[in-house]
Design a protein around this ligand. Sequence first.
Ligand SMILES: Cc1cc2nc3c(=O)[nH]c(=O)nc-3n(C[C@H](O)[C@H](O)[C@H](O)COP(=O)(O)O)c2cc1C
Length: 303
Amino acid sequence: MKRVLVLYYSQSGQLGRIINRVVKGLERRAGIQCDCREIKPREPYPYPWSFYAFFNVFPEAVFLDGCPVKPLDIAEEYDLVVLGYTIWFLSPSIPVTGFLQTEQAADLLRDTPVVTIIGCRDMWLIGQEKMKSLLSGLGARLLDNVVLTDQGKSLYTFVTTPRWMLTGKKDRFLFFPKAGVAEQEISASDRFGERLAEALALDKEQGNEPLLSGLGAVNVNGKLIATERIAHRSFLIWSKLIKRAGAPNSLARNIVITIYACFLFCLVLTVVPLNMLVRAIFSPLRRKAVAREVAYFEQPSGR
Ligand SMILES: Cc1cc2nc3c(=O)[nH]c(=O)nc-3n(C[C@H](O)[C@H](O)[C@H](O)COP(=O)(O)O)c2cc1C
């Protein structure tokens, strides 16, 4: 009998549904015992978010401050841990970071194989780099990664995802597609669970080879790599400024957040189109370098 612990934190329930499909796939095979647990912050985060609540978590997410979470009712040891997380401001969501900072996580994850499952808009590369360092700090062995991103082009999800987060509305409107991960992609996630169960039956979790090859576990959009790096650099600067301005939800912090939001709005109207133009001009010169980076971020299993 192999024991699998599946952990996740989901606000709207979207990542929860992805995780449920993975668990269904895992449980299709006999000889697997699967415990599925939701990470719960002691103080719940709002959903939908108000504008200021949303930006108030920005610095703490970027700096991986974490938050207190409720202890989980789990066994002492598992053969595999599946960790489902969403991305907040190019970083793992605060409750998941908070969990990874607990003693319970330290005890659970030491020398334990982990597979991460990300459900996000489409900017997760830096978040997964941060996750890798959190996991390696705990002595966990990251074996594989799955990423499901929101449907529609990046320019559209730049509108549909924040609209969904700030209003709870996911429906199509004007020429924008529905927000969130496509339903077919969610339903097809059981294939990851089935493959993990197969791998466990063959003791493959004890090795270091990727487990999910050929399943389309990760598909990196090379065009977003530079954008994400630039955004993260600016996030580090603004997070510091917002944090220094005052405690969460203080008037001083909200004033700096307002300035930041105006700055972001101007940035989107000016620097983003300019950046797209420059990238289009220089993309033939950067093709090889981008292909190398795509291959790096798509590891372990890739497309
Ligand atoms: C505060 C906040 C910040 C977010 N930042 C990002 C981000 O940087 N990159 C990204 O791809 N998605 C981002 N998202 C979207 C989430 O990763 C995720 O898709 C969304 O919260 C839905 O997940 P859930 O309802 O299952 O929790 C953000 C969401 C929130 C609430």
